[in-house]
Ligand binder design. Structure first.
Ligand SMILES: [Zn+2]
Length: 176
């Protein structure tokens, strides 16, 4: 599969049309898809891909938690200021309502099964009622720049638990 990028200037789409034509000719049938290219968004897709493939994978291996739970933990440990919000901020945003066990020996995170049905929250892990309700924003709400800060924090955090991870350099991309 080949991909071509272009841009529109003075209402004219500029691309390597000759190369596109030559590529199409190689196939008896072919499909051309055109979509908007947004450099910031493309980088962000790379970040998300890396986030799932490296830090979450490594943290899940380390803790034995599910990938989902590992992601929530990493969001808290490495991006609390971006992801964890007061409950009143949940409206019209992407994310989930969760609660956190404030027992320092536990600190586990749980999802609230039913919206609005908060009741008294007891940590099922350690039975502590010292818990806190919050809104966990979706990572898609973050800008590329903010997510980079989260990734930087992730390297430090993983190193602090003796599971250093590789940054998303050329080498990592080549292995994908
Ligand atoms: Zn607990």
């Amino acid at each position: 599969m080949s991909k071509f990028r272009g841009k529109t200037q003075n209402n004219q789409p500029l691309a390597d049309w000759k190369a596109i034509y030559a590529d199409c000719r190689k196939h008896e049938q072919f499909l051309i898809e055109v979509r908007k290219y947004d450099p910031a968004k493309e980088i962000s897709n790379q970040q998300i891909k890396y986030w799932h493939a490296v830090p979450i994978e490594e943290f899940a291996n380390y803790t034995g938690y599910s990938k989902w739970k590992s992601e929530q933990w990493l969001k808290r440990e490495c991006g609390e200021q971006y992801f964890m919000h007061e409950l009143k901020e949940e409206e019209n945003r992407r994310g989930i309502v969760m609660f956190e066990c404030l027992n320092q020996h536990c600190r586990d995170l749980f999802v609230i099964p039913k919206r609005g049905d908060h009741g008294v929250l007891i940590c099922p892990q350690c039975l502590s009622d010292n818990t806190r309700l919050f809104f966990m924003a979706s990572k898609t709400e973050l800008s590329t720049k903010d997510f980079n800060v989260v990734l930087e924090n992730t390297y430090d955090f993983m190193a602090s638990i003796n599971r250093p991870i590789q940054a998303p350099d050329k080498h990592w991309r080549e292995n994908q």
